[in-house]
Design a protein around this ligand. Structure first.
Ligand SMILES: [Zn+2]
Length: 245
């Protein structure tokens, strides 16, 4: 057994203990607490500027671009487009893929993006027991930090699958649950025009846009992205992580 594996097991054991103690002391919420912010019209998370903040080139407010399920083969292309337009985004990454491709996590960080937790291998977390949920989140935190990223403070559950158990574990790990408010359905095989139109037509200040850099159809997302960014800008929107004149 190598050192890294031993350390991971130690971290998991300590985290399990912390969660168990927290639950035993009734410190943690035991029912749906409404803490999940995704259903709210107004979602604010770490690094986001106030969605209502306007300026000369940003007359209608801000929108957050988020990419799930990477890092994967299309991630470098997504990064290229974001760089070309000077836009920053949030990547909700899978721990399994982060461990396999730490260089892509580092590329995301080096370009100024935010890297956050999207579980280890994308299960429906509400179907898992407390320890299973814990392993999904803790192993992913470890893979992301091992790649050199700051400890994630945000967590997006795969499929938006939530219940009181998932919320309690996220809370114990000090992870804010962040869903989305504008779903591009890019993973369903939609073409680039439809993906772009779904964002541009439904854009409102403070929207959190769900896209994917880690699914087979992400090629269409790569194609749609310049249209999305130009379309948002022409309508007076800026991205939520970028200051604008
Ligand atoms: Zn996902």
């Amino acid at each position: 057994m190598n050192l890294r594996r031993r350390l991971t097991e130690l971290v998991l054991a300590l985290a399990a203990l912390a969660v168990t103690v927290g639950l035993a002391l009734h410190v943690l919420p035991t029912t749906g607490s409404g803490k999940a912010t995704g259903q709210a019209r107004r979602i604010i998370y770490r690094g986001m500027l106030d969605s209502a903040q306007t300026s000369n080139n940003c007359t209608r407010g801000r929108i957050a671009l988020t990419f799930d399920d990477g890092p994967d083969v299309y991630t470098p292309q997504i990064l290229e487009v974001l760089k070309a337009y000077g836009v920053h985004a949030t990547f909700f990454v899978m721990g399994r893929k982060a461990a396999a491709h730490p260089e892509l996590i580092r590329a995301e960080l080096a370009a100024g993006h935010i890297v956050e937790n999207h579980s280890w291998d994308h299960p429906h977390l509400a179907d898992l027991g407390q320890n299973g949920i814990l392993q999904q989140l803790v192993r992913t935190q470890a893979a992301i930090t091992a790649a050199g990223a700051p400890r994630p403070t945000l967590f997006r559950p795969p499929y938006g699958s939530l219940n009181a158990r998932v919320e309690a574990v996220a809370h114990a790990l000090k992870l804010q649950i962040v869903l989305w408010s504008l779903d591009t359905n890019d993973w369903r095989g939609r073409n680039a025009n439809d993906i772009a139109a779904s964002v541009i037509d439904q854009a409102v200040p403070g929207a959190v846009v769900l896209m994917h850099d880690g699914v087979p159809n992400s090629a269409a997302t790569v194609q749609a992205l310049p249209v999305i960014i130009q379309g948002l800008r022409s309508r007076g929107f800026c991205t939520a992580l970028d200051t604008a004149p």
